[in-house]
Ligand binder design. Sequence first.
Ligand code: FAD
Ligand code: NAD
Length: 465
Amino acid sequence: MKTLNKTLLVIGGGPGGYVAAIRAGQLGIPTVLVEGEALGGTCLNVGCIPSKALIHLAGEFERACRFTSSNPLGIRVQEPAVDLGQAQRWKDGVVGKLTGGVGALLRKAGVQVVKGRATIVDGKTVDVAPHEGEPLRIACEHLLLATGSVAVDLPNLPVGGPVITSTEALALTEKPQHLVVVGAGYIGLELGFAWRKLGVDVAVVEATGRILPGYDEELTQPVLASLRRLGITLHLNCKAEGLTDTGNGLRVRSSQADEYVLPADKVLVAVGRVPRTAGFGLESLQLDMAGRAVRTDEQCRTSMRNVWAIGDLTGEPMLAHRAMAQGEMVAEIVAGRRRRFAPMAVPAVCFTDPELVVAGLSPDEAEARGMDVQVASFPFAANGRALSVEGSEGFVRVVARKDTHQVLGWQAVGQGVSELSTAFCYAIEMGARLEDVAGIIHAHPTLGEAVQESALRALGHALHI
Ligand code: FAD
Ligand code: NAD
């Protein structure tokens, strides 16, 4: 067996692991990254990037379809069609550019990349079965675990045949006639919207009484209205029981205990993700766990000295930007810098139509902490930019302390609001007060003016409402 010695060994080349390795390389730390599949991890290969590419192409197709009949813009298009094979090649091209870019960045930072599955021997030793060449044993001073997460399985709907996960749902080259999505969370709704816009009959089965249970009802209301407008059927308070004997239907049971069958040539199971902790010797370290996630402190240290964990492996929120921020921080700590992971806001965006974004505290979260807050909203119906791009549904909402007016949180729903997450986080992290946001000149006409107007409204003197 060949051997290798490095200061830092990273297992997993997703957003957490590859960012940690790049930063470590930049800081001159001898670093090796082991990746068993493809650089970029879930996010670049089968998650954030391909899903946003699919959502974009579906949106463009649906827009073209809207122009086949009379419309306020007066545009006429005849018989739009989509070549899914070509569309998938385009999407794969986007992924390829980004994953290739990650490889180049790692090379530039001087990181050694080993392609193969890693198995932990102990806190300082890892064996790798490389895709090519002989087995390798790597010794390290610091071991960083960034193995990500896997989709939750439903025992009565094992993946295979018509039952698929997001990975297969992103790669379909033929349109199913009837797609049933189990789970009205991030994945179920982002991909449900996309396939509906591509012309597929989509039904969503959700165990709870509402869509996107992680967001408050006022925020999800415009998304619900849009689902209905597009003809996506919702089955709330329902559970998937299993496929019918013929395999082309899904048996669903509602909370009223009646069972019925939905036609389904594909069933997308999207009921959450869990940390990837099995199959690579993690248990041998006997680390403290927090439920199914590896327990870490504010510096992403595990219960074993010099063993670190970041990203989805450490639990919620399972978001790429959180994993990246943790990875960058761990590299800096290993290099001797004083850092800790204590953001005031980890923004979350759901790329439905319309989009949702939250950053910092919601009104309910602030109330649960016993804080005295004031809350104000500004509707996009009063925003010139939103009206001129036919995106007048939704609003921006601000949450601020009543005594000091310090901004604690933002929420928004509307077309293109994902891009407002940057302004939201700047205001929160920089300790802005309502007066600061209200006093900044926001370019006209932009959606950002709704951010300023919501702060003005909280102060009692909104200008355009
Ligand atoms: P991962 O990206 O999962 O990377 C872990 C890597 O470790 C993998 O490449 C895996 O092959 C490797 N690995 C595991 N075990 C071993 C081993 N033993 N040896 C070698 N390699 C190993 N998040 C967002 O912020 N925005 C989005 O829009 C978004 N969209 C998403 C859409 C979908 C469909 C999905 C599924 C997820 C989405 N996410 C999104 C979540 C995001 O993908 C994850 O939060 C992010 O990828 C986590 O990064 P990570 O580095 O922790 O793990
Ligand atoms: P999720 O937690 O967002 O939603 C799962 C949904 O399934 C919930 O509404 C839940 O009530 C429902 N559910 C659970 N069990 C069920 C059952 N037996 N029958 C019917 N419904 C059931 O999970 P997800 O959509 O699978 O996404 C996983 C994770 O991936 C997210 O939590 C997020 O961290 C990440 N992600 C993020 C983005 C983004 O940032 N835009 C996009 C996609 C995924």
